[in-house]
Design a protein around this ligand. Structure first.
Ligand SMILES: C[S@@+](CC[C@H](N)C(=O)[O-])C[C@H]1O[C@@H](n2cnc3c(N)ncnc32)[C@H](O)[C@@H]1O
Ligand code: SF4
Length: 444
């Protein structure tokens, strides 16, 4: 693939962790609408539950997540009480007691919670939902704040999957992103996790960070693989200082340009494949027997706000400030400011800020976009026989001329070496893209 294409298509497009994407959510979806949607859920719906813990003890300059820096436990403890109440509020609204097969804690840093508080949340969840015996219980974990006691508490609470934030191992890169985390610190946490019966590990790595080079990202991959995670997420650093003002602490002069980002991604991805990992969609890698790789082979890979997933649950309920959930009827997002979030829950109102009610047209486009993002291919004739996609095909024509995508009747296939452009192919089916474009990050 000609690298100059990365410059030609150096545009801002969404990552399509949902469709429509979050900037298009609107305020017509209120707590009352969410309550109606919850009440309409068939009692046998398998649920996925997501919990957002928006606290960290120091700010990484690259961070794009919704989090707040705290130096004391008090605000975290106070927040936990609100989330426990929110669980009751949602469970009281649901028309029955539901099974939950996936529990996921993200942030921010869920490592900010004490072991004791972990037990309280799990107790509450088991009181209000049937957490299935084989449920996946996953936690995002910052190795800088985890202790062995903490990992023991996670294990006791039933956690069986951990996603470890690494980003890069190089000291100069770590200094530039305000995240000092020596390799041995990460290895120690991995050993604790495995020693405490939490074997399923993901590792988050980034490319496109300040001072990263091709050699450094290949070295980063080699170091990560010595720890044998079953999954690796290799994200491109999204530099959006107009949305995240602390990213201004990153000197733009130290950032690799578009072509350099492309080379870094390709080199890291090639190395991972050489080392036995299967490429999953845009930016994930998994060992061949991991559930993500198995789902990909079976055409059952999905994409949600946590990235690529083997989770098949048709509904995800989001808990905590800014958390996003989805139901058959559409998406809902919780209020982000902590005070307003708390006041809503304390007032007995589901703390919804916005959302999106899906039409059948949205659902069709969502399926097309999800299949492109997951399988790098879609057959429009299979998905929507007789439907005219002439406008979308016209949008794809220049990408086909550049060798990014192959068009064969209704069959669209992203070419193997054009994988980093998959978001551009998906964007051809996005009916809402124009209005929110400037809020996204670079395509490559
Ligand atoms: C909530 S954090 C993971 C847990 C924990 N807070 C930590 O950092 O170890 C989620 C992940 O999002 C990714 N991330 C955060 N900001 C990003 C950005 N601006 N661009 C791309 N990826 C980003 C990082 O790889 C990070 O590990
Ligand atoms: S990357 Fe993780 S630890 Fe760093 S500020 Fe963001 S959420 Fe917190």
């Amino acid at each position: 693939m000609d690298q100059s294409l990365s410059l030609k298509y150096d545009m801002l497009v969404p990552r399509y962790t949902s469709y429509p994407t979050a900037p298009h959510f609107n305020e017509s979806v209120t707590g009352a609408v969410y309550a109606d949607w919850l009440r309409a859920l068939p009692a046998d719906t398998d649920l996925s539950l997501y919990f957002h813990i928006p606290f960290c003890d120091s700010m990484c300059w690259f961070c794009g997540c919704y989090t707040k820096i705290v130096k004391r436990y008090e605000p975290v403890a106070g927040y936990l009480e609100v989330v426990l109440d929110e669980i009751d509020l949602v469970a009281d609204t649901l028309p029955a007691r539901f099974a939950a097969s996936h529990l996921h804690w993200g942030g921010g840093s869920p490592t900010m919670l004490t072991g004791e508080d972990w037990m309280r949340i799990l107790d509450k969840l088991r009181a209000r939902f049937d957490v299935t015996a084989d449920a996946e219980v996953a936690v995002e974990l910052d190795p800088r704040t985890a202790t062995e006691d903490y990992v023991r508490a996670l294990s006791a609470a039933g956690v069986n999957r951990a996603s470890i934030g690494v980003q890069d191992f190089h000291p100069e890169v770590q200094a530039a992103i305000n995240r000092i985390q020596p390799y041995d610190m990460t290895r120690r946490v991995v050993d604790w996790l495995r020693g405490n019966g939490i074997p399923d590990l993901n590792m988050d790595l980034l490319y496109g960070l300040p001072h990263q080079t091709v050699d450094r990202v290949v070295d980063m991959v080699d170091k990560a693989v010595t720890l044998a995670p079953a999954r690796i997420a290799l994200f491109g650093y999204a530099h959006v200082p107009w949305m995240k003002s602390h990213q201004k602490m990153i000197h733009e002069a130290d950032l690799p340009g578009t072509e350099a980002r492309w080379r870094q991604f390709e080199a890291a991805a090639d190395r991972l494949v050489e080392l036995g990992y299967v490429r999953i969609g845009l930016d994930h890698f998994a060992l061949p027997d991991d559930a993500l790789a198995v789902s990909l082979r079976r055409g059952r890979l999905h994409r949600n706000f946590q990235g690529y997933t083997a989770d098949q649950a048709p509904a995800m309920l989001g808990f905590g400030a800014s958390a996003i959930g989805y139901l058959p009827q559409g998406y809902v997002q919780n209020i982000s400011p902590l005070k307003a979030f708390r006041e809503s829950v304390e007032g007995g109102t589901l703390p919804i800020a916005r959302g999106f009610a899906l039409s059948d047209e949205d659902r069709l486009r969502r399926t097309v976009i999800e299949r492109i993002m997951c399988d790098l291919a879609v057959d429009l004739d299979d998905l929507a026989p007789g439907r005219d996609f002439a406008a979308e095909m016209a949008r794809l024509a220049p990408l086909a001329d550049d060798g990014i995508v192959a068009l064969d009747g209704g069959r669209i296939t992203v070419n193997a070496d054009a994988r980093p452009f998959v978001r551009l192919v998906a964007a051809a089916f996005d009916a809402y893209l124009k209005q929110g474009e400037q809020r996204h990050s670079k395509a490559v």
